[in-house]
Design a protein around this ligand. Structure first.
Ligand SMILES: Cc1cc2nc3c(=O)[nH]c(=O)nc-3n(C[C@H](O)[C@H](O)[C@H](O)COP(=O)(O)OP(=O)(O)OC[C@H]3O[C@@H](n4cnc5c(N)ncnc54)[C@H](O)[C@@H]3O)c2cc1C
Length: 376
């Protein structure tokens, strides 16, 4: 009879890979189970880049976690020699009275972060690829930039393995049972027992924790890369990451590091679906939508479509995360509902989960992510 595991991690995307590493690093016997392979393109953590920023328009309460996340990304880079984060600046563009511009301002002011405010002509003068609307302003933070997600997920899993974690890929969990004595997990290949279960199943969370109804909405999101007509202005040396808030929608852009094209995509506004039913084909409608933005605001990037990928947001009603214990099982932890902005936090989420599993508590400020706000 093999020795049981201390913790079984269900799903090894951004959060599960970070949690497996945080646990293994602290000497916990970890089994990580992933239905696909590591750093696959069917969940929420693929697409070559993810924005990281501190002028957090969503809520200033995320800023302390962001400080910790930046430190952890740097520590990971130093320990591994792998580049994960590129800080080429982040520009929030929109009308001065837009809720998100006000939100970003609120975060920088409350937390004393460095930022600049620019008017529309100044934005275009500094970064000629960008054409904001006349009444737009820019809130620029030099500490913003982007992460390389597939590399980060793979590194977390490699480090977890090196620290002793057992990792099974291509093995979907079909059922799990928790009792006061521990947890038991059934896959197509076998049954595993452990002390605790950590559910980090991304857009599949609703399937995996189906016995109580979390109000989650899986949203289809398309990422697209375009060949610029003028190359120089769209490289990460010459342009920051940006998020442009229009009256009824938002788009973001991540400049080129290699000749992969300028990444431009819409933030939210996608079809509500499920992880199993989602249309993974990129349609003409998807392309038309983003091109209408490019034509008005980044005309020199409106070239050939080089690549496109479908991804998923798992939204909670208030767009805040869930990081908590399962309401009915003290030995089951859940991290999900990252609502399209979780990636940058993945090492911190891994740390918080490891703290909860090992110490029963964490010093990290995760009160905002209580599951009870959604199940009450
Ligand atoms: C287009 C797009 C752009 C984004 N941009 C940003 C950004 O700029 N900045 C940012 O911070 N965040 C961003 N996000 C959000 C961020 O990427 C996600 O919040 C984060 O990746 C979610 O990680 P996760 O671990 O919850 O999900 P995933 O990485 O999808 O991991 C869940 C894993 O669980 C596995 N799994 C599920 N069910 C089972 C099962 N039964 N058995 C075994 N394995 C299972 C899945 O296969 C998957 O690998 C973006 C997301 C998308 C889609």
């Amino acid at each position: 009879m093999p020795k049981p595991f201390d913790v079984i991690v269900l799903g090894l995307g951004a959060m599960g890979s970070a949690a497996a590493y945080a646990l293994a690093q602290r000497g916990v016997r970890v089994l990580g189970l992933e239905q696909f392979d590591i750093a696959h393109d069917r969940g929420s953590s693929h697409g070559r880049s993810r924005v990281i920023r501190k002028a957090y328009f969503e809520d200033p309460r995320y800023v302390p976690l962001l400080h910790r996340a930046y430190d952890m990304w740097r520590e990971l880079e130093q320990a591994s020699g792998v580049e994960l984060m590129r800080l080429n600046g982040c520009l929030n563009i929109g009308p001065a009275d837009h809720a998100c511009i006000l939100g970003a301002r609120h975060s920088v002011e409350q937390h004393g972060l460095a930022y600049e405010v620019l008017d529309a002509p100044e934005i275009h003068r500094r970064w000629p690829g960008l054409r904001p609307d006349d009444d737009d302003i820019g809130l620029y933070e030099s500490e913003g930039g982007f992460l390389i997600p597939e590399r980060a997920v793979k590194l977390h899993v490699d480090l977890a393995r090196a620290a002793g974690a057992v990792i099974h890929t291509g093995e979907a969990v079909r059922r799990w049972i928790a009792s006061s004595g521990g947890v038991s997990v059934q896959t197509d290949d076998g049954r595993y027992v452990g002390g605790q279960l950590m559910i980090t199943a991304g857009a599949w969370l609703a399937n995996v924790a189906a016995e109580f109804h979390l109000p989650l909405r899986v949203e289809r999101q398309v990422q697209t890369w375009f060949e610029p007509k003028v190359e120089d202005v769209f490289t990460a040396q010459h342009m920051p990451v940006f998020i442009h808030f229009l009256a009824d929608r938002a788009y973001y852009g991540i400049p080129m590091t290699k000749n992969e094209g300028m990444k431009v995509a819409r933030h939210h506004g996608g079809r509500i679906t499920t992880a199993d039913a989602i249309n993974r084909e990129v349609t003409e409608e998807d392309e038309v939508d983003v091109r209408s933005y490019l034509a008005n605001h980044l005309p020199d990037a409106n070239g050939k479509l080089l690549a496109a990928q479908v991804c998923m947001y798992t939204n909670t009603p208030d767009d805040h995360f869930i990081i908590d214990r399962h309401p009915n099982h003290a030995n089951v932890l859940i991290a999900g509902g990252f609502s399209g902005h979780g990636f940058k936090f993945s090492p911190v989420v891994g740390q918080a989960l490891a703290d909860l599993a090992i110490d029963g508590r964490t010093d990290l400020p995760i009160g905002l992510f209580s599951i009870h706000r959604l199940t009450a």
